[in-house]
Structure formats: structure tokens, C-alpha cells
Design a protein around this ligand. Structure first.
Ligand code: ADP
Ligand code: ZN
Length: 712
């Protein structure tokens, strides 16, 4: 089996022109009948690694996946691409099960998804023996490890696959696996000398931003205003904040639904369906939401609260931008969250070691949030990947901190902490520094200390920003076991009493309200055209999806619609060149989308806008409506010669017309036979001269068009 066929199939079925890094190697490994372990981030393109071998090899591929909710979508997606696929899980009726089994036995199914429970059942085992199996793929392979976070006991039985089918290649795939889990996967599945592929976990299209948690709601509104109609997830820690936030956003004109473990199951799945089908753009959810969401056009993930560890953070933001288009991850950070987690961990019944581990991970999480180095670098380094550049797509890279001599500010804070006998937390300390008239301050006579009101020159947020840094560099610490009061450390004492200098990062300038921002970047006409066509195509996709009862992203991805909006394909041939349009999709949806693009182009033109390709299209439409060339020329006030060139160019682009009316097949051959004497791009005049008037310009034009159409 060779890779050329694999590449052809990639275009034919999925509409993609090339494999991503590693995909081709992995396909080749399966062809070589070797086992493989594949680690790729969410959205990295794991499925292609087993789907392409599955469609090119003889027999049926068995794909084990624990996410029953996802199977249906995955199978629908494959069928929509013209691949015969089916699934077997507990949701199937006995009759449906029988039908799938029969189809598989008769060799009609190339890819068969199965849940781990069914895989180990007797019925399925005996079916397996009757099939010709091309390969096994174990998706979400980390579920096999008791060390991982989604341990599934049924997965541990999968070792029988290698025992009973030693000659069939097995490929295990996952997006999360540390070294221990990796070893577990290899051992438990009894992989034989597996090839191990670890892709970079970088998701460069996701921008990373961390913001202080003050006035989150306002910040979210501003964030959403910049992203009209986009789809995204907002993760909240508590069920109540999911509900409150969803309600407030909806009232504000950003339709949102909430999702958490206490929502009744039926409503939960409806909420999920509405999200997947682009009916509800925003979901405010606890981390219960997301496993089993394959939607490729999630444009943003917001963390309303700090995630409990970087693994969780990275997995959650990974749900954005699977289509590779720009997506945003925004995280709000506050010490209150850290405190809540600590309380949660303390109250939980985990062993002391487990608690310590949780706290250590939480610490790494908030170090990430506080740090003033490239976010991507920090997080990738955490996952053990060397990333020695800076990314340019995170808040730190885009707005590098400027440092100043913050010794005086630090001294004020440290002095205030010690003058109140280390009896206050962060909020109260800042209020003291800013001379607030809060009651507690007067009750406890804090207004009498020397540093009361000594820090009015900085805003509340600025002080918070400084204090966080002071914690980070070890000048103060939080007494978690004593009402989170602040304490001055030994290092802090050096600043306070020995005049040690402190460098602090300057607070970021406050964002200027949008309407007051100068508009530096007027959108170009081309951009505006593209955007409005994209919107039209999105609407069409939604309509088609509704008719088909399928999620819109399975019809075409956002990325594919973006290319259509940019390139404006007007014929089947041009449509086929769009990444994401394979043969089956062209057949099913080509006409509808080409029709929509044509209407768009014609409409713009009739409104007096110049759109590339539109003048050709106009002549073509008139010609197709039966108007002769002469008449078109008269109406459009152009020469018949130009009209003819329009028709020829449409023919070149893949339109059908009988060209015999302008050049006979023999003449066409004759003219084309002379082409090797000339250089590309071929010009009409030299050809005309070459034939000394034997052929007309029109004949030459059509012979050339026919040549280009075929050799495009
Ligand atoms: P994963 O399973 O690793 O999360 P998917 O297999 O769902 O990722 O792929 C993510 C997205 O990337 C999908 O929309 C998929 O169709 C697309 N994709 C995968 N491989 C390619 C490729 N070679 N070229 C273009 N797009 C690809
Ligand atoms: Zn960066």
C-alpha cells in the first residue's frame, strides 16, 4: 500500500490537499502493519491517522471510543464524506444492531465504531472473528490508565485484541498522556514494538490572555461585543454562576444557556445539541461540559474562574479553534478562586499525598496566571515540551510588561501590613492604602496607622496587580490557614527595613472604551466582501444542516467556508480546489454553495461594485438564458469579442458548453498540436500569425480554453 493512494483518498473523501506533520508517517506505519501510539493535541487531526488507512486498506477498521455521544456525529461525518461507517453501542436497538452486523459481515462497512463495553461482549467477539479486520484504533487511549483522569475499567480488557489478532496493526490515540500513562497504554494493550508519535501540543491559532478577575462581567461583555455571533464556552466554577451569567448575558443580547451536572439529563442534551447546531452560541458551564464536543467552530473559551490545574486549563481551551482558524482563550484570575480551591481540597477526603499533589498543581496554575513571561512558553514547558521562542499570540507577548522601581510602593504595602499586625487580607489592605472609609477600617482603628491613605496615587486594580507580584516574588505570603491574611516574609523585611530595591511591572493602561478608539484599520473592500459572503454561506450552511438533520460543522467547517468566501469558486472544478471539499460533499452541496456565491457576485455587480469574475459571470448567465453573443454585447455595451472571451474563461473554469459551435474537434486538435512551439502563457496573436489566418481568433481562443480546462 502506498502513500500516493492515501493522499488521493485524503482529497477525494475529506477534500484536504496534504497531510499534516506526522499524519503521513502514522498512516505509513499502519500500512507497514506496525503498532503505533499517537499523542496529538485536540484538533491536531488524530482521526485522519486511522480513517485514511481504513478507507484504503481491505477490510473493516474497528475503532474503540468511550464517548458514545460522539460516535453518532463521527459516523455521520464520515457518511457525509462518502465513507461507509457505522457504530455499535448500547443505544442501538436489537434490529439496528443486527443490520449493522450483517452489513459488516458482507464487507460493506469500512469503519466500525464500537464502545468498549460492546467490544468485550460475546456477541461482538464472535462477530470480530467473522470479519476481515484492517486495523484497530483505540481512541482516547489514556482511559486505560488508572493514573489518567478519565480511567475506564472496561479499557483494561482491551489487551485481548493483540492476543487474538496479533497480525492486525493497532493504533492507540490520545490527547493527554504523561510519561506514566504512555507506558501504561503500551503495556496494557500489549503493543509490539510500537512506533511512538508525539506531536507538538502547541495550538498556535488560540490566543492566550489572562486578566485580573475584577469586574469580570463588564470585561466579558466587552469581549463578546468584539465577537458578534461567535460560538464559545464560558467555564464557571459554581453551578449558580453558570446560571446567573447565562441569564445576564441573554438579557444583554448575547444568547446563552447554562449547563452543569444538576441540570436534568434531557435538558442537558438539548442544550448541547443547540450549541452544536449553532442555535445557542454561548454556553456557561461547569467543566462537566465539553467532553464529547467535537464542534470545530468554537471560537472562544473563557474561564470565569481559575481552572484547578494546567492540564484542565489546556484541555478546556483546546476545545476552541479545532478548525485551525483564530480562536481566543481568556482566563480571569483572582486569589479568591485559589482560596476556594484550597478549601475544597481541604474538605475533600483525599489522602494527604493526593491533597499535596492537588495543591502543587494549583500553585503551578496560578503561577502561570501571574507570570509575566510568554504564556505559551510557560504552559508548553509545563507539559515537558521545549519551546524556546516567544509566541507573539499571548497577552504578555503582545503587551510586554515594563518594569519600574517599585520600592516605594512595595514599602508602603509592607509597612501597612506590619502596622495592622498582619491581620488583614488583600482587599482590606488595598482599602487601607487608598484611605477608604469602609466600616471595618474605623472599627479596627486602621485609619489611625501612618500608612492609611498613603497609596492613593494608584487605583484599586493597580494595587492588586502590585500585591500579586509581591506574592509572586516572595515579599509577602498568604496565610491560607488563618483567614488568608497577608504576612511579610523575610525577603519582605529586607525591603521594609534594609532598603532593598524592588522592580515591579507597571500596570497595563486601562482599555479605552471601544467607541473612543481611533480606527486605524479601516477594512479593505476585499475584506468586507469576504465577510459578507462568509455570513451568507454560514446562513446557507445552517439551512442545509437543518434539512439534513446534521450539525452545521459537519456540512463544511468554518475554515472551508472562509476559503470559499475568499476565492469565490464559481464552478465545480474551482469548488473542488477548496480545502475541505471532497467528492461527496461536492456532489451533495456543490450546487447550493456555488449558486449562493454566484448570486452574491451578480448582486454585488448589479449594485455597481466590482467583484473579480463577475463580468464573466454576467455574460455567461445571459448566454445560458439563451441570449446570443451579439445581443449580450449590445446590452452590456462591450464588444462581442470580449463577450466571447468571457464565455471561454467560464468554460476554462469548468462550465459546460458545446464548443463545437465555435471550433471543430479537428481544428481544435490541430491548434493545440502547435502549442509546444510557444511559451506559456500562450498569447492569441502569435498563434494567429503562426497559422497565417487559417484560423479565426475565436477558434484559437476556444482551442486554448479547452486546453487550459484540461491542464488546469
Ligand atoms: P482530533 O481528533 O485530534 O481532535 P480531528 O481529527 O477532529 O482532531 O481534526 C481536527 C480538524 O482538523 C478537523 O476539522 C479535521 O477535519 C481537520 N484536519 C485533519 N487533518 C487535516 C489535514 N491534513 N488538512 C486539513 N485539515 C485537517
Ligand atoms: Zn507569548
Amino acid at each position: 500500500m502506498n502513500l500516493q493512494l492515501a493522499t488521493q483518498s485524503l482529497k477525494k473523501f475529506f477534500g484536504y490537499d496534504a497531510f499534516r506533520p506526522l499524519q503521513a508517517d502514522i498512516v505509513q506505519t499502519v500500512y507497514d502493519c506496525r503498532d503505533a501510539l499517537v499523542l496529538m493535541p485536540t484538533g491536531g487531526g488524530k482521526s485522519i491517522c486511522f480513517q485514511i488507512p481504513a478507507v484504503t486498506l481491505e477490510g473493516t477498521a474497528i475503532v474503540v471510543s468511550p464517548l458514545i455521544a460522539l460516535m453518532k456525529d463521527q459516523v455521520e461525518g464520515l457518511i457525509a464524506n462518502g465513507i461507509s461507517a457505522a457504530f455499535i453501542n448500547s443505544s442501538l436497538s436489537a434490529l439496528a444492531l443486527r443490520q449493522v452486523e450483517e452489513a459488516a459481515e458482507n464487507g460493506y462497512i469500512k469503519i466500525l465504531y464500537v464502545s468498549p463495553e460492546k467490544l468485550v461482549s460475546h456477541g461482538f467477539q464472535s462477530l470480530l472473528k467473522r470479519l476481515k479486520i484492517s486495523l484497530f484504533a483505540i481512541d482516547e487511549a489514556h482511559c486505560i490508565s488508572a493514573w489518567g483522569h478519565d480511567f475506564r475499567p472496561e479499557y483494561t480488557q482491551l489487551k485481548f485484541l493483540k492476543e487474538q489478532f496479533p497480525g492486525v496493526p493497532l493504533i492507540a490515540l490520545t490527547a493527554t498522556a504523561d510519561k506514566l500513562t504512555r507506558k501504561d497504554i503500551v503495556n496494557q494493550l500489549q503493543l509490539q514494538d510500537p512506533a511512538i508519535y508525539i506531536a507538538s501540543f502547541d495550538r498556535p491559532n488560540i490566543s492566550l490572555t489572562v486578566k485580573p478577575g475584577q469586574r469580570r462581567y463588564e470585561q466579558i461583555i466587552a469581549f463578546l461585543k468584539e465577537r458578534p455571533n461567535q460560538s464559545g464556552i464560558i467555564y464557571c466554577l459554581s453551578r449558580k454562576s453558570c446560571e446567573d451569567l447565562a441569564q445576564k448575558l441573554t438579557l444583554k443580547g448575547f444568547p446563552a444557556a447554562h449547563y452543569h451536572a444538576e441540570v436534568p439529563a434531557a435538558l442537558r442534551s438539548k442544550t448541547q445539541e443547540d450549541f452544536i447546531n449553532d442555535r445557542t452560541p454561548i454556553i456557561c458551564a461547569t467543566i462537566a461540559f465539553g467532553m464529547g464536543i467535537d464542534k470545530s467552530n468554537v471560537r472562544f473559551v473563557v474561564h470565569y474562574n481559575l481552572p484547578r490545574n494546567l492540564e484542565g486549563y489546556y484541555q478546556e481551551i483546546g476545545r476552541a479553534g479545532r478548525d485551525g482558524l483564530p480562536a481566543a482563550a481568556l482566563l480571569f484570575f483572582s486569589y479568591a478562586d485559589v482560596t476556594s480551591y484550597r478549601e475544597m481540597f481541604d474538605q475533600g477526603d483525599a489522602s494527604p499525598e493526593q491533597k499535596a499533589l492537588k495543591i502543587a498543581k494549583l500553585e503551578r496554575m496560578f503561577q502561570f496566571a501571574e507570570a509575566l513571561v510568554c504564556r505559551r512558553k510557560t504552559v508548553l514547558n509545563y507539559f515537558g515540551e521545549t519551546y524556546d521562542r516567544t509566541c507573539g499570540n499571548c497577552d504578555v507577548c503582545q503587551n510586554p510588561p515594563r518594569q519600574f522601581d517599585g520600592s516605594v510602593a512595595a514599602q508602603k504595602a509592607l509597612s501597612a501590613i506590619s502596622r495592622v499586625q498582619e491581620k488583614v487580607g488583600m482587599n482590606l489592605l488595598v482599602d487601607i492604602l487608598r484611605g477608604s472609609s469602609r466600616r471595618e477600617i474605623f472599627d479596627q482603628k486602621f485609619h489611625e496607622i501612618k500608612t492609611y491613605g498613603a497609596g492613593k496615587e494608584y487605583s484599586f486594580d493597580d494595587w492588586m496587580f502590585f500585591l500579586l507580584q509581591m506574592i509572586h516574588i516572595g515579599l509577602i505570603e498568604i496565610a491560607y490557614d488563618d483567614r488568608h491574611r497577608l504576612r511579610v516574609t523575610e525577603e519582605g523585611k529586607k525591603v521594609l527595613f534594609e532598603g532593598k530595591k524592588v522592580l515591579l511591572a507597571m500596570p497595563q493602561p486601562k482599555a479605552v472604551p471601544e467607541e473612543r478608539l481611533p480606527r486605524f484599520t479601516e477594512k479593505t473592500k476585499a475584506q468586507l466582501l469576504k465577510e459578507s459572503l462568509f455570513e451568507q454561506l454560514v446562513a446557507l450552511r445552517k439551512q442545509v444542516a437543518q434539512q439534513q438533520g446534521m450539525p452545521p460543522y459537519l456540512i463544511f467547517s468554518d475554515a472551508t467556508l472562509q476559503i470559499m468566501a475568499e476565492k469565490r469558486p464559481l464552478s465545480d472544478q474551482e469548488m473542488m480546489e477548496v480545502s475541505g471539499v471532497g467528492e461527496r460533499k461536492l456532489q451533495l452541496y456543490g450546487d447550493a454553495f456555488i449558486g449562493s456565491i454566484r448570486r452574491f457576485v451578480l448582486e454585488k455587480t448589479s449594485n455597481g461594485q466590482r467583484v473579480t469574475g463577475s463580468t464573466q459571470l454576467q455574460s455567461w448567465e445571459m448566454f445560458k438564458n439563451g441570449q446570443p453573443v451579439e445581443e449580450i454585447a449590445k446590452i452590456r455595451e462591450i464588444s462581442p469579442f470580449t463577450v466571447m472571451s468571457h464565455l471561454a474563461s467560464m468554460y476554462e473554469r469548468g462550465e459546460m458548453v458545446d464548443i463545437g459551435q465555435w471550433v471543430s474537434p479537428e481544428d481544435c486538435d490541430f491548434i493545440q498540436g502547435a502549442l509546444p512551439l510557444f511559451e506559456e502563457p500562450y498569447q492569441m496573436r502569435p498563434l494567429f500569425d503562426h497559422f497565417e489566418g487559417r484560423f479565426s481568433f475565436d477558434q484559437i481562443r476556444w482551442a486554448l480554453a479547452a486546453f487550459r480546462r484540461i491542464n488546469k
